[in-house]
Write a protein that binds this ligand. Sequence first.
Ligand code: MN3
Length: 387
Amino acid sequence: MEVLKRHIAILGSTGSIGTQALDVISQHPEAFQVELLTANSNSQLLIEQAAQFKPNAVVICDESRYDEVQSALDPLDIKVFTGIDSICSLVQSEDIDIVLTAMVGFSGLRPTIAAIEASKTIALANKETLVAAGEIVTGLALKHKAAIVPVDSEHSAIFQCLAGNCSPIEKILLTGSGGPFLNATKKEIFNATKEQALNHPRWKMGAKVTIDSASLMNKGLELIEARWLFNTEPKDIEVVIHPQSIIHSMVQFEDGTVMAQMSIPDMRIPIQYAIGYPLRRRLDTQRIDFAQLASMTFFKPDIERFPCLGYAYEALREGGNATCIMNAANEVAVAAFLQGKIRFGQIPEVINHTMSVSSIIPTPDLESIFLTNDSARQTAEDFIKKL
Ligand code: MN3
């Protein structure tokens, strides 16, 4: 089948999702043309990627590394920019069809909105965008006819289960591996070290999402992400722990049918589906060996040991800017944990405190979302200083 080449921008190209996306693209050079790569500070890898994939332009956010990148890429006729404003204007370029948003945290919000306003297709890997401002972002996507295709494996699974479907959803079953502390006691979880928390049993991911997976906050963020991507009521989304990570999520319909999407856990599968949708291309991933797999198990999450998931349900029920407050507190707490400033078990304490003292705005506009993010971060930081 002859298909037009997709012209793609990868925001966060040196991170875990970004590098795996470039791996997928290198397996199908006939299908994709890289137009733009952006990185926060990993200048060396950005230079290597640009030399290989020959984009039109790159952005290095860290200004102190601009000269290094510029002098390396100038002979290759690749334009080099710095700063988040450059990303926001470059993603709107006419040469770009798809924007893969793979940067970490709240910082992904502005570039994602810029891409939506230019009616680009969004391959969404930056879940915090929908957690912080889901209602605004999905509203803008509708207004500007920008499709949002999920990259997150669970949401990709749900999206795939819904392909061609026109019947109402009864329930979304959002699966999660349970992370490294699935069978740990409350005390063990509280005192967990960075090494233990970063040692995820199933997925190889960036540090932020790996810590979120260990606290189950990742499932909480994904619950909110699913609420906005699929316009589903929070009560109709159930989290199911499935340690083998073979089923990536399920959709239950009103006739009792449950559709599931399965594969071995490899992020290149949902990445390729998102950027190549609706076509499935060949990928050199491992295949499921069902006889060897032998069994798949499922159980309810334990909110007592993993309070972060409970906070996410709470913030979603509260609505307005509550999920933005929760996300900001979590970003600050995870960074503090990675810097050795707080214990693992203090992450939920920081979130709980920030949520309980921050004021709720029931229908925030974009400006109040940015203000909420700033003030919730400040509250969380002040609280951490006193711990
Ligand atoms: Mn996920």
